[in-house]
Design a protein around this ligand. Sequence first.
Ligand code: F6P
Length: 520
Amino acid sequence: MARAAPEGTGLPVVLLSHRGPVSFERDPAGRRTASRGAGGLVTALTGLVSDLPDAVWVCAASSEEDAAVAAEHGGQAVRVSLDAEPQVLGEEGGDAAEGVPSMRLRLVDVEGQAHDDFYTVIANPLLWFLQHGMYGLALAPQLTKREHAAWDDGYVAVNGQFADAVVEEVKAVGGRALVMLHDYHFYLVGRQVREQCPEALLSFFLHIPWPGPDAWRVLPPPWRERLLHGLLGNDVVAFHTEGFARNFLLTAQELLGLPVDLEAMTVQVGDRTVAARHYPISIDVAAIRELAATPEVAEHAAALSEAFGGEDRQLILRVDRTDPSKNIVRGFEAFATLLEDHPELAGRVGFLALLQPSRQDVPEYADYLAEIGATVARINAAHGGEGWEPIDLRLGDDLALAVAAYGVCDVLMVNALADGMNLVAKEAVVVNHRDGVLALSENTGAHQELGAFAVTLYPFDIQQQADALHAALTMDRDLRRARREAAATVVEENDIAKWLHAQLTDLGVTPGPGTPPGPA
Ligand code: F6P
């Protein structure tokens, strides 16, 4: 790979992701409050920056209060504490409580219409749907004047605005920095940063699938070429699986005519060699087990056992954002098929769905949530009765409740159409204490690591999913135990620290000053 810094060279770190680690609000009394960001990406990167007091994390201002914090500091980075109730600190962080880590956060305030075009027209749904193989193509997508304007004034403009912020941060540390760019929101940033900061070491990580070359032909040539050249501005472009990395190289070969080496996993761009790598993201095993041991989780677990437990009763669980890629509706249809095929299960097997409403400003997502509600109502009316409701649908975002449910479920259903990784599967296997069976889609990144210990689901085949749920519910107890334990061992050995450490080792950098995270 080109231009990696020599082993052991300390480099300041500049991170970019759309969602940030902290978001500010105003409480009813008018006081500024803050909450820690959730999600795998944010959790993973927080682990890195909390070890690096001088790292700066660039992200979008996602609330009015975020924008106010940014404005109060002239758009520059602010130092924030990374405890349960984060606060803006003085620049040196001396006012942080003893032992509380802090980091620099740069909140980029994007004008409303541009952000809407960037996020709700191009990134979600267009790129997201394309990359998860969700378009039928007969009727969608339709790239009209609206989408063309959203590409130019939204996606391209917003990428430019974030690239400017990253460039400023890199220049502020003298032009040599490790720049870590994240996700499909920012395909164009790498090239612009390279042009303006040729000394920077640039790595990009994609958290969602990268499909083969033909899928990208949905985008007009100027868009897809700009997007690919943007990515090829990085030194390394990394994915969750080897298949996604290979697809990326094949896309560069087929759509740009660039020479690729599928053994070395590189692509030649003029005199530069760009590496495609894969690092499966993971979870912080110790942190989730710590949460699982709290009284709050125990309280939820007791309530769940009351509702779903008991002699001869079993619980199927799913925990997802209400994203069409998660295949929630087909999952419920599979459960209904299971109840039709096995009437003896009526009243004995419950399905708990903990769903977090997601991206409701994108019409496709709002429609999908409505479809979920209608499907649950129909199935419960058809199969419930005598005080029994087959599907218990709970909308919200409650990690403690999810962890309690992971602990007590008999089957965790993950039937995603396509998923870069799926961290729910990894979380559940390390905290479950009922020898729970993982029913896992073959189209998730997690299936590569955990498929051998799971019941595999074929996401479009409702009958197969119903049969697989039955196989999971009737699996021999010793086999259940052995498989769950084996899956937990895989996750323990490949946890989040290893994900970060492997990338930094391959880049040949020790981020500095500070201590790099150690291996798991
Ligand atoms: O995994 C892809 C991703 O975009 C993450 O970056 C993000 O945390 C998650 O999906 C949720 O998406 P959003 O930030 O749009 O709610």
